[in-house]
Design a protein around this ligand. Structure first.
Ligand code: NAP
Length: 341
C-alpha cells in the first residue's frame, strides 16, 4: 500500500520533491499539500491531493501517513514538533531548525516519543560518489584520514535574499554534515577566514573559508563560494596517511566545437544531486512506511546547527570557537554520525 504523504511548503524544493514522489518513485502518493501562499499550494498539488489551510491540519489529517517539510527554516521547529506529537514520520529539509534551543526541543520531543521519526535532508549522504568515498575511508586502506578539503561553489544566489550570514548558517550545514559522516567524527570547534571579497556579490561576504576541527584532530578546510559564476561545483578530497581519496569529476558529455573541447558542469544542486535526492526519498519511503526514520537524524541536524552558530561567532571573534554538545541520547546510536542508512 502506498505511503500517503503531506507536503508543507510548495516553493522550489517542495515542488521538486512533489515531482519526485509523484512521477519518479514508487511507494508514495502525495495526498495533501499546504503553503502560506494557498494559490502556490493549489498549483503545486498533484491530482487528487487536498490543499490544507495550515500545516497543523495537514499533519493531523487521517489521509496523511508521513510528512515532508519544505517550508523555510524558522518554521521547521513547530512543524516538526507537531509531527512528533502526531507520531508521524517526517522528512525535514535542511536546516533542521535555526537555533540550538530549538534543536534541543526537537531532540527532547523525539526521545520522549521513544522512536526516531525525523530524517533531515542532508542528501549528499545518498550520493553514490560520496558513498564510495566513505567506503574507501572506512575500509582503512589508505590509513587514517588527516585532512579533508570540501569545496562548495554556487554559481549565484538570489540578490538581496541571501545575506552574509547565510554561507555559515545555511550553506555550511551540508559541508559540516558530510564531514562528520565521512569521517565518523564530531566537530569540536570552528575557525573562519575571510579572503579577498568577490565584487560580484555587492555587499555579500563571499567567499569564505571555514576550518572545522574534528575531535580526532582531522582538520576540514571548507571553501564556500556562492557567486562563482561558472556553475555548481562540489568537490571533496580526503588526505590520509598513505594516499588521497577524492570525489571523481562527474561524467558529462564531451563537446568538441570551434570553442574547443569541453564538458558541461551542473547549473545547480538539483542537477548535481538529482540521483541523491531520489535515493534519499527511496530510503525515506521505506522507513516511513515502517513508522520510523533512518538516515540523517535530529542529532545530525543539531550538530550542523551548532557548527553554523560557532562559525558566526568565529567571524565576530576572529579566533577558534569551541562546540559543546549534550550527551548523545541512545536513540541516535553510538557512532558519531551513523551511516546514511
Ligand atoms: P522557497 O522556494 O522559498 O519555498 C518555501 C515555501 O514554503 C514558500 O512557498 C513559502 O511561502 C512556504 N512557507 C514558508 N513558511 C511556511 C509555513 N510556516 N507554512 C507553510 N508554508 C511555508 O524555498 P526552497 O528553496 O524551496 O527551500 C525550502 C527549504 O528547503 C529551506 O529550508 C531550504 O534551506 C531547503 N533547501 C534544501 C536544499 C538541499 O540541498 N537539501 C536545497 C534547497 C532548499 P512564502 O514564499 O510565501 O514565504
Amino acid at each position: 500500500m502506498a505511503l500517503n504523504v503531506g507536503v508543507i511548503g510548495t516553493g522550489m524544493i517542495g515542488q521538486d520533491h512533489i515531482r519526485r514522489l509523484t512521477r519518479v518513485l514508487a511507494g508514495a502518493t502525495v495526498t495533501a499539500v499546504t503553503d502560506i501562499d494557498r494559490d502556490r499550494a493549489g498549483s503545486a498539488a498533484p491530482e487528487g491531493a487536498e490543499v490544507f489551510d495550515t500545516p497543523q491540519n495537514l499533519i493531523r489529517s487521517d489521509n496523511v501517513d508521513a510528512v515532508v517539510i519544505c517550508s523555510w527554516g524558522p518554521a521547521h521547529e513547530e512543524q516538526l514538533l507537531d509531527c512528533i506529537a502526531a507520531g508521524k514520520p517526517v522528512f525535514c529539509e535542511k536546516p533542521l531548525v535555526t537555533s540550538e534551543a530549538a534543536a534541543l526541543r526537537v531532540i527532547e520531543a523525539e526521545v520522549a516519543y521513544g522512536r526516531r521519526l525525523v530524517q533531515v535532508g542532508f542528501m549528499r549522504r545518498f550520493d553514490a560518489d560520496y558513498r564510495r568515498l566513505k567506503a574507501v575511508i572506512d575500509r582503512g586502506m589508505l590509513g587514517a584520514p588527516l585532512m579533508y578539503k570540501s569545496v562548495h561553489r554556487n554559481a549565484s544566489v538570489p540578490e538581496g535574499l541571501y545575506t552574509s550570514d547565510m554561507p555559515l548558517n545555511d550553506t555550511l550545514v551540508h559541508d559540516a554534515d558530510i564531514s562528520r559522516w565521512l569521517l565518523s567524527d564530531e566537530i569540536r570547534g570552528v575557525e573562519v577566514r575571510l579572503p579577498r571579497r568577490s565584487t560580484r556579490g555587492g555587499e555579500l561576504r563571499d567567499p569564505t573559508i571555514v576550518l572545522l576541527h574534528m575531535t580526532s584532530g582531522v582538520i576540514v578546510d571548507v571553501e564556500i563560494s556562492v557567486n562563482i559564476a561558472y556553475g555548481y561545483d562540489i568537490r571533496g578530497e580526503v588526505s590520509c596517511e598513505m594516499g588521497i581519496a577524492a570525489l571523481p569529476n562527474r561524467p558529462a558529455t564531451v563537446i568538441t566545437d570551434a570553442h574547443g573541447i569541453r564538458q558541461a558542469i551542473p547549473e545547480d544542486w538539483r542537477e548535481r544531486f538529482i540521483e541523491a535526492y531520489d535515493q534519499e526519498f527511496r530510503e525515506w519511503i521505506v522507513a516511513a512506511g515502517n513508522g520510523t526514520a533512518t538516515g540523517p537524524s535530529t542529532w545530525d541536524g543539531y550538530a550542523a546547527t551548532l557548527t553554523g552558530d560557532a562559525a558566526l561567532r568565529a567571524v565576530a571573534s576572529g579566533g577558534f570557537e569551541a562546540i559543546s554538545m549534550i550527551d548523545k541520547p541512545d536513540l541516535y546510536g553510538a557512532a558519531a554520525a551513523s551511516a546514511a542508512a
